[in-house]
Design a protein around this ligand. Sequence first.
Ligand SMILES: [Zn+2]
Length: 106
Amino acid sequence: MAPRSRPSSRGLSKWQRAGAQERPLRLVGTPDTTEHHADGDWVVRRISGATSTKDYVCPGCTSRIRPATPHVVAWPAERPLLGGEAADARRHWHTACWERRSRTGR
Ligand SMILES: [Zn+2]
């Protein structure tokens, strides 16, 4: 529990990024993960972007996510991904913007 020289948020980010790169998860079937946030549970899917053909607007920075850019898709966990309702609730985020969001409010 000894405090480090850096704020915990920065250290966490570095750790997360390093951990993600060490895993050999280059397969298509990256499993969805459920993350707990201040506004509820979100299902998160990290996608390569290789199949995306259009721009999305990232809610985190309101900039566009270009096609073929690896990014994050997230939707509220209480809505099963079955119908149009869940599709409407989906949001496309820059990976960095999503991780920044994840750290706020903790
Ligand atoms: Zn963004």
